[in-house]
Design a protein around this ligand. Structure first.
Ligand SMILES: [Zn+2]
Length: 236
């Protein structure tokens, strides 16, 4: 058996795969929808968040827009009612690790614990069996692919982010998003802060109505992420 250190050391030569969210080096990743047509896919990471998530849910409900939420297990335990409202909104809920750990330099045991603990939290607290996984920052290694496969997950990347976590202001978040829109884009936004359960993501919430309006003005339709997933009833 090859030790974790040896595998991680060898990864020096393949850093591209470790840091690029859509790289297939450690298994298949969905990072982009069909480039024909005018579909867009909204995704929110790092919640649930006590302030921003509900505002985002209100906008999505008002506009009848589906989205996917990649949740941090620790945040789900703190704000289970908020997570339940995401579920009740009919949105896709995915695993984003238990404590938002950068997985690329972690060994197999820690990686597996991060994924399985978050998985169990989503099952226990929300009654949701997640079928998708997105790595914090997109950082992965071979153990991440193996742990995700064990849980029957499909791994998601993203087409573009707009650095909304740097709090550039809602108008900047909106205009950056508008500039990057393209057919099939999986858009990465944040309804929470991976490292601060109460982190401020209200700018993203505030930008969302304008983002939806811009996309519709350009002829796009927001579609559920499930359209991009393989049909998988149960883990392999
Ligand atoms: Zn994250």
């Amino acid at each position: 058996m090859i030790g974790a250190a040896a595998v991680l050391g060898a990864l020096g030569a393949s850093a591209v795969g470790a840091y690029y969210p859509n790289s297939w080096l450690f298994g298949p990743v969905i990072g982009q929808g069909p480039r024909t047509g005018r579909d867009l896919f909204l995704t929110f990471d790092d919640g649930p968040n006590p302030a921003a998530t509900d505002r985002i849910l209100e906008t999505l409900a008002r506009e009848s827009v589906p989205a996917a939420f990649f949740m941090v297990g620790e945040h789900v335990r703190r704000f289970a009612e908020v997570g339940a409202r995401v579920r009740d909104g009919g949105h896709e809920i995915g695993n984003h690790t238990d404590r938002h750990v950068k997985l690329h330099r972690r060994g197999p045991a820690r990686v597996r614990t991060e994924l399985t603990t978050a998985h169990q939290t989503l099952v226990d607290r929300l009654g949701v069996t997640p079928r998708t996984f997105r790595a914090p920052h997109g950082y992965r290694n071979p153990f991440v692919g193996a742990a995700a496969r064990r849980l029957g997950y499909q791994t998601l990347g993203w087409s573009f982010g707009v650095w909304d976590t740097a709090l550039p202001g809602p108008e900047v978040i909106r205009s950056r998003t508008r500039r990057h829109l393209h057919p099939g884009a999986i858009i990465l936004l944040h309804d929470g802060d991976g490292y601060d359960p109460q982190g401020d993501r209200l700018q993203t919430a505030e930008a969302l109505p304008g983002i939806i309006r811009d996309a519709r003005d350009l002829g796009y339709t927001f579609r559920p992420l499930s359209l991009l997933l393989r049909d998988t009833a149960s883990p392999a």
